[in-house]
Design a protein around this ligand. Structure first.
Ligand SMILES: Cc1cn([C@H]2C[C@H](O)[C@@H](COP(=O)(O)OP(=O)(O)O[C@H]3O[C@@H](C)C(=O)[C@@H](O)[C@H]3O)O2)c(=O)[nH]c1=O
Length: 186
C-alpha cells in the first residue's frame, strides 16, 4: 500500500504528493520520502541532498532556481512548518507546456508536497511567518550550473498571492527571459 496519494498536475511530470498519516493517541506517523513508492511518481535516482531552509517573514520569496544539465535535479519540496505558495515553471526545450507555471499551497497541515522534475525552475513565497521547507534533491548542489529566472518575469507571469516582502539580492537580479529563449536541454 502506497503511503502517498500521487496526482498528475497540468505540466507533464509535475506531481502533487500527499502524505497519508497513520494516526494514534500519540499523534501520527508519515513517510516524507519512500524510494519504492515514489518511483511510481518518477523519482528513480538516489537522493543527493536533503536541505532545510527557514524563512522568517510572511511574503518572502525564494527562487526561481534550477540547474543546467548535466546537473539538472529533481526536487521533492515539503513545507514542515508554516504555509507556502510553491511554484514550478516548465523550462524544458520543446515541452508542450514550455514556460507554463503551476503553483499550490503546501503546509504541514495539508501534508502536500510537489515533486518537481528536472528542467523546471522552482521557487516559493511564504504565506506565514517562520516557514520551514525541507526538500530532497536528486543531484548535488552545483553553484556553477545554477540558473535563475525572475519571480516576476513577464514571459512567465506568475501570480503571487502576496506582495514580495523580502527577497535575496541574487533573486531580484536574475536576467529577464527574452523571446529568443528556447528553454533548457536535459
Ligand atoms: C541550495 C544550496 C545553497 N547553499 C548555500 C549557497 C548560499 O551561500 C546559501 C543560500 O543559498 P540560496 O540563497 O541559493 O538558498 P535558497 O534561496 O534557499 O535556495 C533554494 O531555493 C529554492 C527555491 C530551491 O529551489 C532550492 O533548490 C534552492 O535553490 O546556501 C549550499 O551551500 N548548498 C545548497 O545546496
Amino acid at each position: 500500500m502506497s503511503r502517498f496519494e500521487i496526482t498528475d498536475l497540468s505540466l507533464s511530470g509535475l506531481k502533487r504528493i500527499e502524505r497519508k498519516n497513520i494516526g494514534d493517541s500519540r499523534g501520527f506517523f508519515s513517510r516524507v520520502f519512500c524510494a519504492e513508492d515514489l518511483a511510481e511518481a518518477g523519482w528513480v535516482k538516489p537522493i543527493a541532498q536533503i536541505n532545510l531552509n527557514r524563512t522568517s517573514r510572511t511574503g518572502s520569496l525564494r527562487g526561481m532556481h534550477f540547474q543546467y544539465a548535466p546537473h539538472a535535479e529533481m526536487k521533492l519540496v515539503n513545507c514542515i512548518r508554516g504555509r507556502i505558495f510553491d511554484v514550478a515553471v516548465d523550462l524544458r526545450a520543446g515541452s508542450p507546456t514550455f514556460l507554463q507555471w503551476h503553483g499550490e499551497e503546501l503546509s504541514a497541515e495539508n501534508r502536500r508536497s510537489l515533486l518537481i522534475p528536472e528542467g523546471f525552475a522552482h521557487g516559493f513565497q511564504t504565506l506565514s511567518d517562520d516557514c520551514e521547507v525541507l526538500y530532497m534533491t536528486s543531484h548535488p548542489y552545483a553553484p556553477d550550473a545554477e540558473g535563475g529566472i525572475g519571480a516576476l518575469d513577464p514571459m512567465v507571469g506568475i501570480t503571487w498571492p502576496l506582495e514580495i516582502a523580502d527577497i535575496s539580492e541574487r533573486d531580484s537580479n536574475h536576467p529577464a527571459l527574452s523571446q529568443a529563449f528556447e528553454g533548457i536541454r536535459l
